[in-house]
Ligand binder design. Structure first.
Ligand code: TRP
Length: 335
């Protein structure tokens, strides 16, 4: 079976350095190989689970699409589309829902965390504020994955459980209706850095500690200056291993540059100086893409055209497969 990579990006928020290093950069590099079979999509229906602000969802879709294209995603080699442009996915989500044990969804981390938050707040209703979207979110994600026969699903650690659920659901469906789905596996890249954010915790929009990817250089410097450091003075040796500045440096530097910065830390480089160099290093990697990003943002129709191209490639697969699935469950013409 051919290796098929698939991953989705929820369209809430603006891409940050953590997204870039952990997900976007490796995916774009992989897309340069002509024999890669990969699906990357904007999970805009997933965005509605967390965000009920239309302008925000819309803007984020634009920014994320522009980011991937500006960074050089090769859309001839891979299929790049918007989830909502492939209505077969939500249709499949229903078929899967009807084969998914409610008890399985009860165990999903995102749902359990929301229940726990209610209990800790002393709410009488443990399901307060929890929508069916949040509850059954792993089913929609399973539909995303199973629709395209994904074998490898690159995700963050928090998403492993969801990929395993997709596998469980697929197995149950196959067992009942025949071998229709490929069983997917989560891939967590251990050699890809999980970037730390401004406060030293994992860089994440939910912690509000991110450095946006395409800030203009001056603002990028300002944001980098907010990385929390200790109070060691210039001239005092500093420990690279506990430093977010060093950790981010390493994600952008060559091995030689990393060794050089390690020596600078030992020699007591001032935090201000280290941050200045970090900004220059990041800028040297992304400056050209930033220019393309600005041009794309000013021309949303070009982005839309790319997404439409992706949607027709995706539907060319999804639509006949959905026909087969419908037939398999007994929904087919009568004569
Ligand atoms: N839920 C994922 C996240 O929040 C995004 C996502 C949606 C996804 N559908 C997917 C990831 C399918 C991988 C495969 O990060």
């Amino acid at each position: 079976m051919k290796k098929t990579v698939l991953t989705g990006i929820t369209t809430t928020g603006t891409p940050h350095l953590g997204n870039y290093v952990g997900a976007i950069r490796p995916a774009i590099r992989a897309s340069q190989h002509p024999d890669s079979r990969a699906f990357y999509f904007l999970a805009d229906y997933h965005a509605l689970i967390k965000c009920h602000e239309p302008e925000h969802v819309h803007r984020s879709t634009l920014e994320i699409a522009a980011t991937w294209l500006a960074l050089g995603l090769n859309t001839d080699n891979v299929t790049f589309y918007r989830q909502s442009d492939v209505p077969e996915i939500t249709e499949l989500a229903w078929l899967l829902s009807c084969m998914t044990a409610k008890g399985l969804m009860n165990r999903a981390h995102a749902y359990k965390a929301a229940v726990q938050a209610n209990e800790e707040a002393g709410d009488l209703d443990p399901d307060k504020g929890i929508t069916m979207g949040l509850f059954s979110y792993p089913v929609l994600m399973a539909a995303d994955i199973l629709m395209f026969g994904a074998t490898h699903v690159p995700v963050g650690r928090d998403q492993i459980q969801h990929v395993e659920m997709a596998r469980d659901i697929a197995q149950r469906f196959n067992h009942h209706f025949g071998e229709l789905f490929v069983l997917p596996e989560a891939v967590v890249e251990d050699d890809v850095a999980v970037l730390q954010g401004l406060d030293g915790r994992k860089m994440s929009k939910s912690y509000n500690n991110t450095i946006p990817l395409f800030l203009p250089p001056k603002q990028l410097q300002k944001s980098i200056n907010k990385i929390v450091t200790n109070l060691l003075e210039p001239g005092q040796p500093k420990d690279p291993e506990t430093s977010t500045v060093f950790q981010v440096w390493r994600a952008f530097a060559t091995p030689e540059q990393t060794a050089e910065m390690r020596r600078e830390f030992a020699a007591g480089i001032a935090w201000g100086e280290a941050k200045k160099r970090l900004c220059a290093l990041i800028d040297s990697e992304i400056a050209e893409a930033r220019e393309r990003y600005e041009i794309l943002l000013a021309n949303p129709a070009a982005i839309e055209a790319e997404l439409q191209k992706g949607a027709s490639k995706a539907r060319a697969i999804a639509s006949p497969f959905m026909q087969r699935l419908r037939a398999a469950v007994g929904i087919r013409p009568l004569g």
